[in-house]
Design a protein. Sequence first.
Length: 281
Amino acid sequence: MALDIAPLRQWIGRQETVGDSVPPFPAAALAATLDRDDAPGIGEPLPPLWHWIYFRELHKHAELAENGHAGLGGFLPPVPLPRRMFAGARVSFPRPLRIGEQARRVSTLADVSLKKGGGGDLIFVRVHHEIAGAGEPAIIEEQDLVYREAPRPGQPEPAPLHSPAKAVWKHEIKTDVALLFRYSALLFNAYRIHYDRPFALEQGYVGLVVHGQLIATLLADLVRRNTDRPIKAFRFRAVRPLVDGSPCVVCGVPNGSTVNLWAEEGNGALVMQAEAHLSDR
């Protein structure tokens, strides 16, 4: 029976506003999580994609659904599919967001659409975020969230794609439980697929799922490790889930002011594709 998304489309246009003073501790904690020694201090720019650990919605414990997410039907529509994934995003950085800056994020639900995939129905929810402080916007982002059906018994996994090129920049990260736990804590994210192994297996995964936002952050971090040129825009698309215990190898090929990026498992299976656009300075 086909899903009727007309009731869900009534959520289009809803807005949510969250303020944050961008304190130094979360950035220092993420720097430690990424094995960096250069945590930004007061007045210094927040590195690209680190805004995800700020502007968090502080839902009460009683407001959480069985899967650990906030219950649907508030800002996000009540999509009747059990598996949710951060499928991709397009982010631009008109100016630096700085540690200690009083800022707010205005989120708008931009679209809800239904598509058919090899595993059944897919519902895509597009959310537009704009983060601004005292001046013009600092970060403009469009996120794509995808909701999927539960896995069907005996349903085969799609064949993996492989790396698109030979990497010029490369860095391998150990995706252990401690890494996932620390990043979930920074996101204030209780989604159980990231820390509850039996639940993740019930959802059809073969282990704990590495956050898509973490993989994207590692790709942006690869750029920072190899050039001083600031990122002015970044986009990514998730290709397949990565689970704990699988090495996450982030790769890049610079080409002028563009860096083609991807993340792969240790066996070369493609996990995420991305692109960074660099500022002249």
